[in-house]
Design a protein around this ligand. Structure first.
Ligand code: AMP
Length: 184
């Protein structure tokens, strides 16, 4: 069992960078977590504990920070890993989705044959801010008709209320959270 003390240890190594990439943003730099061997191992254990026994067949990670924890979780669960990428990166046939961002629109895509109706998916990204990217990824993955989709983040910025973007039938988890608007 992962303890609160262990999760606090992981949270404590996240670096807060004020005013990155623009003034007013408190950027949660998770590279300081990934480079810390003990924190990384606890992170893997905590992710595994959340999803073991749920019949997960694939973890889908969002480019690019979602590839790190996503691949780690997939390996821990004995599941496959599926990358969700920006346009033009995946070589075979894809399905795409355009979505609104704060400024302008963006597109994500996934290989059409990466997910099928037998799959139970964990969609993973590093951080939940407004939730716009993950909500789009959820819609994209659901268009391939998997059996079930779970949504997971390492870190959640609770003040931004990104959770409210997800339908009630989708289980959303995060390992730890920050209020989001203030520095550490
Ligand atoms: P969003 O669609 O607003 O939930 O944010 C999309 C992605 O932007 C997240 O998965 C993070 O990789 C990144 N991001 C947004 N805000 C922050 C922040 N304050 N600190 C670190 N990463 C962030």
């Amino acid at each position: 069992m992962i303890t609160k003390e262990q999760i606090d240890k992981v949270k404590a190594v996240v670096r807060n960078v004020p005013d990155f990439p623009i003034p007013g943003i408190q950027f949660k730099d998770l590279t300081t977590l990934f480079k810390d061997a003990e924190a990384l191992a606890i992170m893997g254990d905590a992710l595994e504990e959340l999803y073991e026994g749920k019949g997960i067949t694939k973890v889908a990670g969002i480019e690019s920070r979602g590839f790190i924890g996503g691949a780690m979780l997939a390996e821990r669960l004995g599941a496959g890993f599926v990358p969700i990428r920006k346009p033009g990166k995946l070589p075979a046939e894809t399905v795409q989705l355009d979505y609104e961002k704060e400024y302008g629109t963006d597109t994500i895509e996934v290989h059409k044959d990466a997910i099928d109706s037998n799959d139970v998916i964990v969609l993973h990204d590093d951080l939940l801010a407004t939730g716009g990217t993950m909500a789009a990824a959820l819609q994209l993955v659901r268009s391939l008709k998997p059996k079930k989709v779970y949504v997971n983040f390492l870190c959640e910025l609770t003040d931004l209320k990104g959770r409210e973007k997800f339908p009630a039938d989708v289980e959303v988890t995060s390992l730890f959270s920050f209020a989001g608007t203030e520095g550490k």
